[in-house]
Design a protein around this ligand. Structure first.
Ligand SMILES: O=P(O)(O)OC[C@H]1O[C@H](OP(=O)(O)OP(=O)(O)O)[C@H](O)[C@@H]1O
Ligand code: HPA
Ligand SMILES: [Mg+2]
Length: 174
């Protein structure tokens, strides 16, 4: 285990308090990046004492051919227009930064007023794209982490804590 349920709850409370101040009177459009960010999003917004709208996007990385360009495929787009909105993107983890680099570009292209990023976990050692989150819960080492929304082959998202995946689990599949 890397971060317990209690540590995560404290972090959500701290981030929520800061976001409540920073977005006071602004009615942000808070975007959850499916599926990984759903647990963090649902805990975080309950700690934000401000008017807001919530929306959801589902994106997936392209295959190897286009990975280097950082392109992602939109599987579910926003229902609410981001134009002229103070957008807060909520993510579970920033790893290479490809997903967020693409989303930030897209939202700027759509003329969002401001685009900020709140991520529970940041894994800076793996970064390929220049993305620096505005709000970070925890910096994580260069390990594959699961739980609290994060999966390995679709499993472990429902764990209430964040842990490092045991190497024997992914070695079985190699
Ligand atoms: O910084 P990156 O290297 O782009 O990686 C981070 C992204 O990868 C994971 O999502 P994934 O695309 O696996 O989908 P999921 O959220 O549905 O699990 C994670 O939830 C982030 O969204
Ligand atoms: O460490 C991770 N765990 C789960 N999903 C991920 N997507 C990018 N990095 C990770
Ligand atoms: Mg994701």
């Amino acid at each position: 285990m890397l971060y317990s349920q209690t540590q995560i709850a404290e972090t959500c409370q701290q981030l929520g308090a800061q976001l409540s101040k920073d977005y006071h009177g602004k009615k942000p459009l808070v975007i959850c990046v499916l599926k990984g960010a759903i647990l963090f999003m649902s805990d975080l917004v309950r700690q934000m004492d401000t008017d807001m709208e919530m929306d959801f996007m589902d994106v997936s990385s392209y295959g190897n051919a286009t990975e280097s360009s950082g392109a992602v495929k939109i599987l579910k787009d926003l229902d609410i227009s981001a134009t002229d909105r103070d957008v807060l993107i909520v993510e579970d983890i920033i790893d290479t930064g490809r997903t967020l680099a693409c989303l930030v570009d897209l939202l700027n292209h759509r003329h969002a007023k401001t685009v900020k990023i709140c991520t529970l976990l940041d894994k800076p050692e793996r970064r390929e794209k220049k993305i620096s989150p505005d709000y970070v819960g925890f910096k994580v080492p260069n390990e594959f982490v699961v739980g609290y929304g994060l999966d390995y082959q679709g499993l472990y998202r429902n764990l209430p804590y964040v842990g490092i995946l045991k190497p024997e689990i992914y070695m079985q599949n190699q």
